[in-house]
Each structure stands twice: as C-alpha cells, then as structure tokens.
Write a protein of this length. Structure first.
Length: 95
C-alpha cells in the first residue's frame, strides 16, 4: 500500500483508532502522522509537516499551506513510492 493510503474506515475498531476514508483512498491525516513519526524526520532530521489536528501550544506556524511545501511533500511522496515500487526497503541503499 503506498504511503498515505487508507487501510479502511476503522469504524468497528476501538475508540483510539484513527477514523479514515475507505480502503485505498489517500488519507492525508494518516500520511502526515506517518511522515512526522517516520524515519526521515527521526533519523535524517528532515522537517515535519504541519498537522492541523495536533495538540499544540499555538506556537506552530501553518507553513504546510504554502505551494512550496505542497510541492516538496508531493516530490518526497513520489520518491518514496518509486523506491517502494523499485523494491528498495532501506533508505541507506539509496544514499
């Protein structure tokens, strides 16, 4: 499943399950959480994506609405999907 694709609505799961769209549809909220908690942020120190649903102190700027951020996110997503299709399982193989 490509990054950000929903695995189902989770309506029949516990209350702490993230509700989402039907399986196979792009799920922006889930993609943001996957990215922000993933390898490139934690290990490679790349920037997080603004999450409007995250609990914050109000000091976070919503920079993700800029065209440059969306282009960057789309580029990274495309790269990750291409690597997945090519069978690259470890980002170290690319570097």
């Amino acid at each position: 499943m490509p990054p950000g694709d929903s695995d189902g609505t989770c309506v029949d799961q516990s209350a702490d399950a993230m509700r989402g769209p039907a399986a196979g549809e792009f799920f922006n909220d889930h993609f943001i959480k996957l990215w922000n908690q993933g390898y490139f942020v934690n290990q490679q120190q790349m920037a997080t994506i603004y999450d409007p649903n995250a609990e914050t102190s109000g000091s976070v700027l919503p920079w993700a609405s800029s065209p440059g951020t969306w282009i960057g996110t789309a580029t990274i997503t495309s790269l990750l999907m291409a690597l997945q299709l090519a069978g690259v399982h470890d980002a170290q193989e690319v570097m």
